[in-house]
Design a binder for this molecule. Structure first.
Ligand SMILES: *Cc1c(COP(=O)(O)O)cnc(C)c1O
Length: 403
């Protein structure tokens, strides 16, 4: 997506420098071409099976991004009524919406049932009963899957509730089995599938293989108990390259998942990061160059309120200048203006020559960037801009905090 032309950074045919001058910094810049490419490659990897790609809205909930995906037939993995309303407003087919989360509230469940979503990914038994009760009051039938937590190894951790009490997400296989038996008897519940989501930024193919193996054995067990599933939702989690990780290709991912699963099901995938992560950058400007006896700082105008991943997860992001200058490389701590010592994007990072006022691009910032941003320090959230071929447009204005 990114390349230098005459020492200036471009996304497709748009100069990042020109955009920065016009939009002001900081702002997120996304490439539509790359976004669609990611979606197509992943969808294509599963072309041999019935499938629904449910984009994880929490990765990036910009309405334009969602609309682009919905137009291609993409579904949505949602975790709140806000995401539900947004997905519907952006044209996502309600029968391609799946709803996860350990703390779904009554009004959220109600709204989702009324909207006729495909299924709730149920994370506890009380939630199952709550959904049934609300569905009954609406005279509706709600589709459900249980969210399995396959990290609980039945051999070393027998299905005891103390194990679960420390574990927020999903149910272990045995508890979910009990759940399915209960669900079978509930009049306003329809069992439609099974769900799991084993984590995020996964780069180990073996984890997906193991998950699908466990699931395939489990489906057989359910089938023996006369519980038939139509959908197998393998969640999201496919990792991307932030630094030098060896990542799983979509083809390898599909192979890892599909080689173990029976074929007569519809596969659901919930990619977030893979779709939008590498399709976005955060553009920021160097406000000051501060050299102390111990450290050399580049103080930039983006902060941890704009992109919290480095602060929150110790995440690595490549950072590159938007205009390449001649001169020696130098090591910098690249920091934001927030009043927290942890507001650091990079430590001792070698950078080509830079000067005050230069723009920098923080790469692979499309996922969990804007969506996790905040107003901490009373800072307005940044603008979001989309590149489409030779053109670009602001798809969310910079926030205006006024009184
Ligand atoms: C966050 C999340 C996803 C998306 O994960 P990625 O790593 O971004 O692909 C999918 N499903 C569920 C249930 C999630 O919580």
């Amino acid at each position: 997506m990114l390349k230098y032309k005459n020492n200036l950074l471009f996304i497709d045919d748009v100069s990042v420098f020109d955009t920065a001058v016009k939009v002001g910094t900081p702002f997120y810049l996304y490439g539509k071409k790359k976004l669609l490419e990611n979606y197509k490659v992943l969808d294509g990897a599963f072309c041999k099976v019935n499938r629904i790609i449910c984009y994880a809205v929490k990765a990036n909930e910009n309405p334009q991004i969602l609309k682009i995906l919905a137009e291609k037939g993409c579904g949505a993995d949602i975790v709140s009524v806000g995401e539900l309303k947004l997905a519907l407003a952006c044209g996502v087919n309600s029968q391609k919406i799946v709803f996860a989360g350990v703390g779904k509230k009554d009004d959220e469940i109600k709204e989702a049932i009324k909207s006729d979503i495909l299924m709730f990914n149920v994370e506890s038994i009380p939630e199952l009963f709550r959904i049934d009760k609300i569905a009954k009051s609406l005279g509706k039938i709600a589709g459900i899957s249980f969210r399995i937590n396959p990290d609980i190894d039945a051999k070393t951790h027998p299905h005891i509730t103390t194990g679960l009490s420390h574990n927020k997400f999903g149910l272990c296989f045995d508890e979910a089995f009990e759940g399915y038996l209960l669900a079978k008897e509930l009049k306003n519940i329809k069992i439609v599938g099974l769900h799991l989501h084993i984590g995020s930024q996964i780069t180990d193919k073996g984890s997906f293989e193991l998950a699908s193996k466990k699931v395939s054995g489990y489906i057989k067990k359910l089938s023996d108990a006369k519980i038939k599933l139509r959908y197998i939702d393998m969640g999201g989690g496919l990792g991307i390259r932030y630094k030098d990780e060896k990542i799983i290709t979509p083809a390898e991912y599909a192979q890892a998942i599909m080689s173990n699963l029976p074929e007569n099901h519809t596969i659901i995938l919930e990619p977030g990061r893979f779709i939008i992560g590498a399709a976005g950058i955060l553009v920021t400007k160097i406000i000051y160059i501060k050299k102390t006896s111990k450290k050399n700082f580049l103080i930039v105008d983006a902060g941890m309120n704009d992109l919290v991943r480095p602060e929150m997860y110790g995440a690595y992001h490549d950072i590159i200048p938007i205009a390449l200058r001649k001169g020696e490389k130098y090591n910098w701590d690249i920091v934001g203006p927030i009043c927290e010592s942890s507001d650091i994007f990079a430590k001792d990072r070698p950078m080509p020559k830079v000067s005050e006022g230069d723009y920098l691009a923080i790469l692979c910032a499309g996922a969990y960037g804007y969506s996790m941003s905040s107003n901490y320090n009373m800072r307005p959230r940044p603008a979001e801009v989309l590149v489409e071929g030779k053109k670009w447009k602001v798809i969310r204005k910079r926030e205006n905090l006024s009184f």
